[in-house]
Design a protein around this ligand. Structure first.
Ligand code: NAD
Ligand code: TDX
Length: 349
């Protein structure tokens, strides 16, 4: 297969590119990425020079370039991950989320439809999020039948994209599959999301910002379990279907941050010997902060034969070690735009 992987220089995309190239040496992966602040070729270093990998710097909203890419590389599958992905940024400035997540997805759908023609068996996998389902109370979990109720501009833009994707199946017969995954952790996550922020702030002895009371719950999955899920959806999923992926690892934010602190106390004890948890500070809550996410992945388990392989605590320990061993990566990706953005918007953190 010649796979068009959008957003392949981001966190999940770069893990997925590495996974695909290792697992399917006969497939070609054409990574298409705008290299925004969140995308970095540093994350694809391990596949540099691999003759099965092609990198194209481009914007998914650029229809002529997307068209040319379909033609030049004879694309026969799309894994669509390119997105503006950070909820806090969508609150500060939603426009780019609408452009990339909505208009960009629309552009890709149009170009796939036109390039492949009617009756094509080629598959378009749309990588979405559990956040489109909104917020849960104390019990229950999102299934593929949970009604959409997005609460942030980010999740609203992802929900809009999902609806467009669905419409291309029903109206034009494009073979689409949408996946919804819970919060990912692992190597190469940009240091604006909770886990890398906590690890790096702790090492720098900066405060560890917890929004609100810290009792919001997220359901964590290792990024490589998600990558395998996307791959299995592409190869074994049914067109027009939706699959949820999660690993049954619900944590309150405060418990998770305390766990990371205790791991760091062991792995890299602070020079003043004070526990890292002393740095925890409760800060102003995120507006519209969803209380709880939890994913029911029984459909992916029964229909795709997928299940998560990583135990949360073990894989979380490896993730912390990865950051400790790759501080140069974090320094490099944090240069430039990231710094000015944070200086402006996160003065009090
Ligand atoms: P990320 O922000 O780390 O990476 C996004 C990538 O998309 C970057 O490389 C960026 O340069 C690229 N990109 C952005 N705008 C683009 C454009 N207009 N054209 C081309 N490329 C562009 O995000 P991530 O965490 O890796 O998430 C990847 C996908 O998975 C997103 O669609 C996200 O909604 C979804 N998702 C993420 C999570 C999670 O926990 N991170 C969970 C569920 C679903
Ligand atoms: O500094 C912080 N302090 C804090 O308490 C940050 C960055 C976050 N939080 C809280 C907010 C959330 O309850 O931690 C939780 C996780 O926050 P994020 O890492 O920003 O992730 P979240 O908002 O849950 O969204 C993530 O998972 C679903 C990804 O960013 C999305 O792209 C994905 O769709």
């Amino acid at each position: 297969m010649n796979i068009l992987l959008t957003g392949g220089a981001g966190f999940i995309g770069s893990n997925l590119a590495q996974y695909l190239l290792k697992t399917y040496p006969n497939d070609k992966v054409i990574t298409f990425d705008k290299l925004t602040y969140a995308g970095n070729l540093e994350s694809l270093k391990s596949v540099e020079g691999n003759s099965s990998h092609i990198f194209i710097k481009g914007d998914i909203c650029d229809a002529p370039l997307v068209r040319k890419t379909f033609k030049d590389y004879d694309i026969d599958a799309v894994l669509h991950l390119a997105a503006e992905s950070h909820v806090d940024r969508s609150i500060l400035g939603p426009k780019e989320f609408i452009e990339t997540n909505v208009m960009g997805t629309f552009t890709l759908l149009e170009e796939a439809k036109n390039a492949w023609g009617s009756g094509s068996e080629n598959v378009f996998v749309n990588v979405s999020t559990d956040e489109v389902y909104g917020s849960l109370g104390k019990t229950g979990a999102f299934t593929e039948l949970t009604p959409y109720a997005p609460n942030s501009p980010y999740s609203a833009s992802k929900a809009s994209a999902d609806h467009l994707v669905r419409s291309y199946f029903h109206t034009f017969g494009l073979k689409v599959i949408t996946t919804h995954c819970s919060n990912n952790y692992g190597a190469f996550q940009f240091p604006e999301k909770l886990i890398p922020v906590i690890i790096l702030n702790a090492l720098a002895r900066k405060k560890l910002p917890i929004y609100g009371d810290g009792l919001n719950i997220r359901d964590w999955i290792h990024v490589l379990d998600h990558a395998r899920g996307i791959d299995v959806a592409l190869r074994s999923g049914k067109a027009g279907e939706v699959y949820n992926f999660g690993a049954d690892a619900e944590w309150t934010n405060i418990d998770l941050v305390r766990f990371i602190c205790s791991e760091l106390d062991e792995l890299r004890p602070a020079t003043d010997t004070r526990p890292y948890s002393d740095l925890i500070e409760f800060v102003k809550d995120r507006p519209g902060h969803d209380q709880r996410y939890a994913i029911d992945s029984s459909k992916a388990k029964t229909e795709l034969g997928w299940s998560p392989e990583n135990d949360f605590k073990t894989a979380m320990r490896s993730t912390i070690k990865w950051y400790l061993d790759n501080l140069d990566w974090t320094e490099r990706v944090k240069s430039g735009e990231y710094i000015s953005y944070y200086a402006e918007n996160y003065k009090d953190r």
